[in-house]
Write a protein that binds this ligand. Structure first.
Ligand SMILES: C[S@@+](CC[C@H](N)C(=O)[O-])C[C@H]1O[C@@H](n2cnc3c(N)ncnc32)[C@H](O)[C@@H]1O
Length: 301
């Protein structure tokens, strides 16, 4: 019976869902596994579900599973149905009020963790900041990979802040991770944090306003535009980030952030020419594209 159900739903998902390139972990198989576990009362992301055994479902759970497949086919993102998304191997809570963490952001996450591991060798309790934190995925990844660090996070969206706080509690790291509501660094205008950060991370909105309206329906209709809209040219927050970050960084602290396709070269030039960053390096993805930048604060210019 369950084998028949599984075959039937797999063929529906395969035929009727357009799987998006920015969620490469989602296939008909991983989607069905994630929905199956969720119907069984064990909500799990697509990436997490493929590693799990699927339990037997009773009649009510089978009906729930069918209803979830219908929602997915109608365009609801998988993570909004399961309430889960994996980031750097970590299961996170997700809601419709914040961006679903993307696989591509793991490039920045891995670079940040690598840098933090180096910082840890000479600083006992590194202090890091994650602005535009969304679900808190980068903050959680850094806190879990570096148990001695403290994290200050912020987002303009109160809903995102509430979700990041839930993720800190979910992973038992709320004692050393705090999250505030504010415009970029505005929540941190106090002496406790200024000039004290070993590392600042940010995955800002970097899509131009015109292009936000052209995004795929699954994204445009279900995720907050605040998470994508980087102003007329997409670079409004990026420019503020590279200008304002040095105030919060230690003299040789690090800034690591994501950029959109085609934005990297100009941003690197700007960081070298207009500001005092040193060791400015691109983070290059598997396609040879610059999708992030990491740089060291070089003091005042
Ligand atoms: C691309 S999402 C990144 C979310 C998360 N860090 C991630 O990697 O999935 C950008 C985030 O920036 C937030 N945001 C937009 N404008 C902002 C601003 N001016 N100040 C702070 N956060 C902002 C959005 O609410 C959203 O959560």
């Amino acid at each position: 019976m369950e084998e028949k159900l599984s075959r039937e739903l797999l063929s529906v998902l395969d035929r009727d869902v357009d799987f998006l390139p920015d969620k490469p972990e989602e296939t008909a198989e991983s989607t069905l596994a994630a929905l199956w576990l969720t119907a069984a009362g064990e909500p799990t992301s697509a990436a997490g579900a493929v590693e799990r055994q699927l339990p037997a479902l009773d009649r009510r759970q089978q009906d729930e599973l069918r209803a979830m497949v219908r929602r997915r086919v109608a365009g609801t993102p998988l993570a909004h149905i399961t309430g889960r998304q994996q980031f750097m191997g970590i299961e996170l809570l997700t809601t419709a009020e914040a961006l679903i963490p993307r696989k591509e952001t793991e490039l920045l996450g891995r670079a940040a963790v690598r840098q933090l591991e180096k910082i840890e060798q000479r600083v006992d309790h590194p202090v890091v900041m994650d602005v535009c934190t969304g679900a808190g995925n980068l903050a959680v990844a850094m806190a879990l990979h570096c148990p001695s660090c403290r994290v200050h996070a912020a987002d303009l969206s109160e809903d995102a802040v509430a979700l990041a706080q839930k993720n800190f509690v979910f992973h038992g790291i709320d004692g050393r991770c705090r999250v505030c509501t504010g415009d970029l660094f505005a929540a941190f205008d106090d002496r406790d944090v200024m000039g004290k950060m070993d590392l600042i991370t940010c995955n800002p909105p970097y899509i131009s306003t015109a292009r936000v309206g052209e995004m795929d329906h699954e994204i445009h209709d279900h995720e907050p535009s605040l998470a994508f809209d980087g102003g007329a040219f997409g670079i409004k927050i990026l420019h503020r980030l590279i200008k304002e970050a040095p105030r919060y960084l230690k003299e040789s602290g690090w800034l690591a952030f994501e950029v959109g396709l085609g934005q990297g070269e100009a941003m690197i030039k700007r960081m070298r020419k207009k500001y005092s960053y040193t060791e400015v390096s691109p983070l290059v993805d598997g396609n040879g594209e610059i999708r992030g930048i990491i740089a060291r604060n070089g003091g005042a210019k």
